[in-house]
Design a protein around this ligand. Structure first.
Ligand code: GDP
Length: 294
C-alpha cells in the first residue's frame, strides 16, 4: 500500500538531511518534492498545494530542538498535516433505530456486496443480530453472491429475486427484521458502471423512504481522482454519512485516501484490504498517515 508515495516522500525528506537548520530555501525544495510526490500519487492538485503550503509555514514557524533534525521535524509536521487532512480522528458509524438500517451505495464493482458481508461480520462479532438485504434488482448474480456470503458468515439474507422494486423489498425486509429480532439491517443496493440518473434516483428514493441511521458510500481506491469525483457526485444527491475505501491492498497510489475527506467533507469510516471477510478495518487517520510515511 502506498509504496511508491512512501518512497518518494522519504526521498524528499532526505534532501534535508545533513543540514543543520531549517531555512526558507531548504524547506522550499523539500516541500516542492512532497507536493510532487502527492500529485504523482493522484492527490487532487489543490489539496496537495494547500497541505504543502501549511507544512511549509509550520516548519518555518517552529524552532528545531537540538535533538531533532530538520528532516525529522518535517516528517513530524507532514504526518500531523496528513492526519488532519484525513479527518483527524476516527469516526464511528451510528447504530440507532429499531431496526438500525445501514444503506450501502456505490458504483458496480466498487466492493459493495463484499463490504456488506464484512460489515455484517464486524457487527456479528460485537454480538449484534444482523439481516442482510439484497436490493441489487438488476443482477441476479449479485443476489446469489450475497446469499453465498451470508451462508459463509452465518448471517441471514433477505431476498426477493422476482421482485424488481428495491424499495418494496427493503420495506418488507425491515418488517421481517422487526418480527425476527434482527436489530441491524444492511441494505446492499444496485450499482452501475458509471453514475447514471436512474441509479441516483433509485438510491436517493431508498434513502428518503428508509431513513437509514447510516448511509455509506463504497469506493474503489484504485480509481484515484475518479474515486473523489464519484464521491462528490454521490454526496450531492445522497448526502451520505461516511466513505468506505476498498481495495487498499492493491496497487493503489493513495490519492483517494488522502484527498477524499478534504474534497467531500465526509469522513472515511472503514477501509477494506482484501476479499476475505476479515479484511475490514476501521479507518484511523493517524495510522494511515503513519503508513503513508512508511
Ligand atoms: P459490487 O459490485 O460493488 O457489489 O462489488 P463486489 O463486492 O462484487 O466486488 C467487486 C470485486 O472486487 C469482487 O471480485 C471482490 O472480491 C473484489 N473486492 C472487493 N473488496 C475488495 C478489497 O478490499 N480488496 C480486493 N483486492 N478486492 C476486493
Amino acid at each position: 500500500m502506498f509504496d511508491n508515495l512512501s518512497y518518494k516522500l522519504d526521498r524528499a525528506f532526505k534532501t534535508l538531511k545533513g543540514t543543520g537548520k531549517i531555512t526558507e530555501i531548504n524547506v522550499a525544495t523539500t516541500v516542492k518534492e512532497i507536493r510532487r510526490a502527492l500529485i504523482d500519487a493522484d492527490v487532487n492538485y489543490k489539496v496537495a498545494k494547500e497541505v504543502t503550503d501549511t507544512i511549509k509555514s509550520e516548519a518555518l514557524g517552529r524552532d528545531v530542538l537540538i535533538s531533532v533534525s530538520p528532516g525529522q521535524l518535517l516528517v513530524k509536521i507532514t504526518q500531523e498535516e496528513l492526519t488532519k487532512l484525513m479527518g483527524g480522528t476516527k469516526e464511528d458509524i451510528s447504530l440507532k433505530g429499531d431496526p438500525n438500517v445501514i444503506l450501502i451505495s456505490g458504483l458496480q464493482g466498487s466492493g459493495k456486496t463484499t463490504f456488506s458481508g464484512k460489515l455484517a461480520t464486524h457487527l456479528k462479532k460485537q454480538g449484534r443480530q444482523v439481516l442482510l438485504v439484497a436490493c441489487d434488482i438488476y443482477r441476479p448474480a449479485a443476489i446469489e453472491q450475497l446469499k453465498t456470503l451470508g451462508e459463509q458468515i452465518g448471517v441471514e439474507v433477505y431476498a426477493e429475486p422476482e421482485n424488481k422494486n428495491a424499495l418494496d423489498i427493503a420495506n418488507r425486509a425491515i418488517e421481517y427484521a422487526k418480527k425476527n429480532g434482527k436489530k441491524n439491517v444492511i441494505v446492499d443496493t444496485a450499482g452501475r458502471l458509471a453514475v447514471d440518473e436512474q441509479m441516483m434516483n433509485e438510491i436517493s428514493d431508498l434513502k428518503k423512504h428508509l431513513d437509514p441511521a447510516e448511509t455509506l458510500f463504497v469506493v474503489d481506491s484504485m480509481t484515484g481522482q475518479d474515486a473523489v469525483n464519484t464521491a462528490k457526485t454521490f454526496d450531492e444527491r445522497l448526502d451520505f454519512d461516511g466513505v468506505v475505501l476498498t481495495k487498499l491492498d492493491g496497487d493503489t497510489r493513495g490519492g483517494a485516501a488522502i484527498s477524499i475527506r478534504h474534497v467531500v467533507d465526509k469522513p472515511i469510516k472503514f477501509i477494506s484490504t482484501g476479499e476475505k471477510m476479515e479484511n475490514l478495518d476501521i479507518f484511523y487517520p493517524d495510522r494511515m498517515a503513519q503508513r503513508i510515511l512508511g
